[in-house]
Design a protein. Structure first.
Lengths: 255, 255
DNA sequence: AACTTCTGTTGCGTATAGTGCAATATCCGT
DNA sequence: ACGGATATTGCACTATACGCAACAGAAGTT
């Protein structure tokens, strides 16, 4: 489809300015886009008229304007985690063939917010709205490993696999943090394995987790790392979608 | 200066979409801007190509896109409160003729971040970087009234006007909250009155306060409400500048 | 199910609107 | 005061975005 050239150029300018620490001058912008100074000047003026960029009165250099904050903020307010997670849950189902879940942390427990069932396996009934423990579900372990709440005092037992020893669990969480996804190996329901990864919002705060769960016969221990990678990647894509910038978390190099 | 029409139209579309709860259709956009459907369609496509809007695959309606979040967020990271407050401090000086200050809360105290001196009165020396108590300065009272920290246990006395009685101070803070600005009536320094109002960031959190201070002879009790209104308005303008949406705080009607 | 009546997208001729060149104006460093 | 940067404005040209109209698809109506 044909692009509107001048609009596209304006938008390109905004993208350029994102990475310019101290703003950019007209000529600089023109060179980057291989357009004439005059065109750049006029485009910048138009952007400035609507508050998308602003010009420093002294240096006459341009940088991003407050309108972007306004629009971005409004947008974030509209976003409900659930709405945005849904396509990613579908993606998980498509790629793994298993049931996908979205959960957040509530009242020191795992609250299931959404579920997308795989067409093949309908053995797991809907768990939306239910609360589960943190220590024995993949989604809950994500909260523990990547969130900022401390471990509960008691660990209830559900299966013979449920980890109830504090130090063992802590070791699992450390491992979870390292590899970027959590595993529930029949620790909550017999015959069900789960894999989950963290979802961050635009501020870099943990807002929830997404993951898959399926019968141990299909979600085998051999394939679990493969599933883990898929879940992790999908969770990262969702986080990016929510405005999360990976740089926020990995390390704090930016001044 | 001549505006680039197509770019301006594109930006107008973004502004339109801000207030559209469930996005807008092509025709709707076209009508609002009094342009042809085809033009609207092409503009929207271009915006979509760069992630500034996105089209729902099912309904084919358009809404604001993730790129705005990205840009807005990047911009917020660059913002330092001080840089943005400075012109507003100048504005205060211009309008009141008194010295203007910016402060944040640090270590349960008032930390002066910036100061703009009035040309007329240079009797107050620079206080940038100094810490003052919360309970007897206008800036500090703003933190107490609008922030989320609780009252200290002890209230040191500085002048005979310093309020050291807990319930009296609480009454003052309640009044402060109601009228939107705080007053220091010679409670910290003899002969100096101050007026301050809260500054909020894009999340609606209190980030600091700005205010003016001047000799009691000029900042009279009769004129103090007049000064209060000016300070309050300026603080609100600064907050808006930081991306603060008044709706965030006033009341929580939104779903 | 055939019928409107909405949508959103595409082809195309036209002329407006944006472009690049060049001139001007303004600022900075020496 | 001068050279070498900037950013901005005038102007002629043609490329570009525009509106019209035709098309396709969805959603209601009868």
């Amino acid at each position: 489809m044909a692009e509107i050239q001048s609009l596209a150029r304006g938008l390109k300018i905004l993208n350029l300015l994102e990475h310019a620490r101290n703003g950019m001058g007209t000529t600089e912008v023109a060179n980057q886009l291989s357009i004439d100074k005059s065109s750049a000047s006029r485009l910048l003026h138009t952007l400035a008229n609507y508050g998308f960029v602003e010009q420093d009165e002294d240096t006459s250099r341009y940088s991003l304007g407050p309108q972007l904050v306004t629009l971005g903020q409004h947008l974030l307010n509209r976003i409900t985690l659930r709405d945005h997670a849904r396509p990613y849950l579908h993606e998980l189902v498509d790629k793994t063939g298993e049931c996908a879940h979205l959960a957040i942390q509530a009242q020191k427990q795992t609250l299931y917010i959404d579920q997308v069932e795989s067409t093949a396996a309908l053995r797991v009934e809907s768990e939306i709205g239910t609360l589960s423990p943190l220590h024995c579900t993949a989604l809950g372990k994500v909260m523990l490993a990547f969130g900022d709440c401390r471990l509960p005092d008691e660990f209830k037992t559900f299966t013979h696999r449920t980890v109830t020893d504090r130090s063992t669990l802590e070791a699992q969480l450390a491992q979870t943090e390292l590899r970027g996804y959590a595993i529930d190996d029949e620790e909550y329901n017999y015959g069900v394995r789960c894999v989950a990864a963290p979802v961050y919002d635009h501020r870099g705060a943990l807002v929830g987790a997404i993951g898959i769960s399926g019968p141990a016969g299909r979600v085998t221990l051999e394939r679990i790392d493969e599933f883990g990678a898929v879940v992790k990647n999908t969770a990262q894509a969702l986080s990016a979608r929510l405005g999360f910038d990976a740089k926020l978390r990995s390390s704090s190099h930016g001044e």
